[in-house]
Design a protein around this ligand. Structure first.
Ligand code: MTE
Length: 301
């Protein structure tokens, strides 16, 4: 399966990963990285980031619909039907509709974003995503003035998703953002990694990526986006409200009730590699801290 998009960089499809990484220096300095509209600091920070390998990104996953073992998604998600695909955008929007995935791609500006990714379980990696800003998709649907939140829902097919036979979570997987978080330029809908279509285990054909929040906010294989006035329910908060809040911003100073969030284990670093310090807002504080000005981040965790 191959999805084509407006600014398709065809050569990407055949560029080996190693060559792609070495070209990164050229890309990182400029607008091609897709951070053109942001503070220079964001570009500087992005330049330091050495992406994990395709293998590391796509064989150690959380996608509980396919099981709770890190290897289950790569093993089983191949059976998920990802074409045709459409996304229902509804609620407080001017143009509610079922939008075909191809039609969305044709209208969005595709970019590359090299982001840190920090799971609430205290592992992390760096991922070179391809995708578009969620704000552009929401603009396409026309957000109405009263809307305050954005709710997301994952595809659910119990035949294809053996993990949903167990009540680990209340299926379908749902997530949510405040509207200003959703409209933030760092928030993207990813459709690829290393210029290739997302493999199913990574949330094909498109998934949310919110780099300053714990990974579970980055909901996979999205089929519905609803604009609401009320804070929407989220899967992990429903499962365990004491451990998982609505905001879930990466915060080294607020520990998970069962483990420290001060450090993280970088995937691919080797079994004996030192843990590295976790950064406030996962390193994106300059860009997003203002969204939470005046909020008690221990209360709104
Ligand atoms: N989305 C769905 N639908 N189901 C899931 O189980 N797991 C979340 C998030 N999105 C999950 C999901 C968690 S806990 C993490 S850490 C990331 O996906 C993992 O993304 P990755 O496997 O692409 O690294």
């Amino acid at each position: 399966m191959s999805h084509r998009w407006k600014n398709d960089l065809t050569e990407r499809d055949v560029t080996p990963e190693g060559a792609w990484i070495s070209r990164r220096g050229l890309i990182a300095g400029g607008a091609a990285l897709g951070l053109a509209g942001l503070a220079p600091r964001a570009e500087a920070a992005a330049e330091d980031l050495e992406p994990n390998s395709w293998e590391e990104i796509t064989t150690y996953n959380n996608f509980y619909e396919f099981g709770t073992d890190k290897k289950d998604p790569a093993r089983r998600a191949g059976q998920m039907t990802v074409s045709p695909w459409s996304i229902r955008i509804d609620g407080m929007v001017d143009r509610p509709a079922d939008y075909a995935f191809e039609d969305i791609l044709a209208r969005m500006t595709m970019e590359e974003r090299i982001y840190r990714f920090r799971c609430v379980e205290a592992w992390s990696r760096v991922v070179p995503w391809n995708g578009f800003e969620l704000a552009d998709l929401l603009d396409m649907a026309g957000v109405q003035p009263g809307a305050k939140y954005v709710a997301f829902e994952t595809y659910l097919n119990r035949e294809e998703m053996p993990g949903t036979r167990f009540p680990v979570l209340d299926w379908p997987y749902v997530e949510g953002l405040r509207l200003d978080e959703a409209m933030h330029p760092l928030t993207i809908m990813a459709t690829g990694i290393y210029g290739r279509d997302l493999p199913n285990q990574s949330g094909a054909p498109l998934r949310l990526v919110v780099p300053w929040k714990y990974g579970f906010k980055s909901i996979k294989s999205v089929v519905r986006i609803t604009l609401t006035e009320e804070e929407p329910p989220t899967s992990w908060n429903k499962a365990n409200p004491r451990e998982y809040g609505f905001y879930s911003n990466v915060n080294p100073e607020v520990d998970h009730p069962r483990w420290s969030q001060a450090t993280e284990r970088r995937i691919g670093g080797g079994l004996f590699s030192a843990r590295q310090p976790t950064l406030m807002f996962n390193g994106y504080a300059d860009e997003v801290a203002l969204l939470y000005a005046g909020m008690d981040l221990t209360k709104f965790f």
